[in-house]
Design a binder for this molecule. Structure first.
Ligand SMILES: [Mn+2]
Length: 356
C-alpha cells in the first residue's frame, strides 16, 4: 500500500506526520486524491506510525467515510486547535510536520508554526517518487482513460464534417469525456493550420484552417489522466508535408522502441533529438512526462532529467516538429512499462488522416 511507503519515508526523515490540505473548491490536492481517493475540500493527516485521518466539512462526511478513513468534522474557526486535539487523541507527537512545500502556502505554514510550534520538512519529492510507480489499480484507471480517449478520437474523425471551428472539436471532446463520467485531464488543444506550431495553443472560435491540425487531449478516469496527441491534415497535403509527418512518426516509433527498464529518461530524449537531425531545432519541448493523478508527474523525459525508467511507470512519448507561423506536428502516446514489457496504452491509428 502506498500509504505504508509514505509512512516509512516519514519515519526515516524523523517526521511525526504529513499534512496535506485543499481549501480551494475549484481544484484538487493531488496528494489527497492519491492517498485517499477523496477529491474535495479538507485536510489529510498521515502520521508516521498511526492510522491516517481527515478533517473535512460536515457536508463531505459521507464521501470521506466511504474511503475508510477516520474523519473529523471541520470547525472553520478553530482549525489549528482542532488539529492539535486530533493529533493528541491519536497519540501523535506534534514536533515536525511533513508538508508538500510546493503546495503549502506561506500563510498556512506561518499559522501552523505559530499555533502548534511545528517544524517543517518537505516531502514533495518523496511523494512524487512514490507516485511514479503505479499499482495495478492505478494502471487499470489509466488504461480506461486511454480507451475513452481513443473512443473520443475516433468519434472526432467520424463526425469531422460537423465541425466548423476549433472550439467545436474542443466542445465535442468535453461533452464525450463528461458523458463517460470523466473530467478533462487538461483543456484540449485543437490547433489548426497556422495555429499548429504553438504547442499549448488554446482553441477559440477560429474556423478550422487548412493544413495540419494538432489534437492534444486527455481525460481523467477515477482521477487518473490520459494524454494523447494526433495530428491530422485538413485539405490536401503536399508531398513534403506527408514526408515530414512520416519522418516524425518514424522518430516517435524509434523512441517507443528504445524504452526499456533501467534506461535513463534523458537518453531517450537525446536519442530523439539526434534522430530528428536538422529538425532538432524545431523540437521545442521535452519528449515526455509521467501521467497519474496529475497530468505532468515523474518521470520526466528531457535532456536534464535524472529519472530512470522503472517497472510500473506510465509516461508519454511526444516528439514534435514546429515551424513558426507555418505548421506544427506532434504525435503522442501513453506508454506503460512493466517487468519485461512495454505497452502503448493509446491505440488510435497514427497513419496520417486526411480530411477535406
Ligand atoms: Mn503530454
Amino acid at each position: 500500500m502506498k500509504i505504508k511507503e509514505l509512512q516509512d519515508c516519514l519515519k526515516k526523515k524523523g517526521i511525526d506526520f504529513a499534512f496535506f490540505y485543499n481549501f480551494d473548491a475549484d481544484s484538487v490536492e493531488p496528494s489527497i486524491v492519491y492517498f485517499s481517493g477523496y477529491s474535495g475540500y479538507g485536510i489529510l493527516i498521515v502520521p508516521a506510525s498511526k492510522k491516517p485521518f481527515m478533517i473535512v466539512p460536515k457536508m463531505e462526511l459521507g464521501r470521506v467515510k466511504k474511503k475508510g478513513f477516520d474523519v473529523y468534522v471541520w470547525d472553520k474557526k478553530k482549525l489549528t486547535e482542532q488539529l492539535k486535539q486530533a493529533l493528541r487523541k491519536k497519540g501523535v507527537k506534534i514536533r515536525t510536520a511533513g508538508i508538500d512545500e510546493t503546495r503549502c502556502s506561506v500563510a498556512m505554514a506561518k499559522k501552523l508554526k505559530m499555533k502548534l510550534n511545528l517544524k517543517f520538512k518537505g516531502v514533495s519529492k518523496d511523494v512524487a517518487r512514490i507516485r511514479a510507480i503505479k499499482t495495478k489499480e492505478e494502471i487499470a484507471n489509466i488504461r480506461k482513460a486511454c480507451q475513452i480517449t481513443d473512443q473520443i478520437f475516433s468519434g472526432i474523425i467520424k463526425n469531422f464534417k460537423t465541425f466548423r471551428t476549433e472550439s467545436d472539436i474542443a466542445a465535442y471532446i468535453d461533452y464525450f469525456a463528461k458523458k463517460e463520467g470523466c473530467d478533462l485531464a487538461f483543456k484540449p488543444i485543437v490547433a489548426s493550420g497556422g495555429n499548429s506550431p504553438t504547442p499549448h495553443y488554446e482553441p477559440g472560435k477560429a474556423k478550422l484552417n487548412k493544413g495540419f491540425c494538432v489534437l492534444d487531449f486527455g481525460v481523467k478516469y477515477n482521477h487518473y489522466c490520459s494524454d494523447m496527441t494526433r495530428t491530422i491534415y485538413i485539405g490536401k497535403p503536399s508531398k513534403k508535408e506527408v514526408e515530414i509527418y512520416n519522418f516524425l512518426l518514424g522518430v516517435q516509433q524509434k523512441a517507443i522502441n528504445a524504452v526499456d527498464v533501467n534506461k535513463k529518461c534523458s537518453d531517450i530524449h537525446n536519442l530523439v533529438n539526434k534522430s530528428l537531425g536538422k529538425f532538432s531545432k524545431n523540437f521545442l519541448h521535452g519528449l515526455g512526462h509521467g501521467i497519474g493523478v496529475e497530468i505532468h508527474e515523474l518521470p520526466f523525459l528531457d535532456s536534464k532529467s535524472k529519472d530512470i525508467i522503472k517497472p510500473g511507470m506510465v509516461f508519454t512519448i511526444e516528439p514534435g516538429i514546429y515551424f513558426a507561423k507555418r505548421f506544427g506536428i506532434r504525435i503522442e502516446d501513453d506508454i506503460l512499462v512493466s517487468n519485461g514489457n512495454v505497452e502503448v496504452l493509446t491505440k488510435s491509428a497514427k497513419k496520417l488522416i486526411i480530411k477535406c
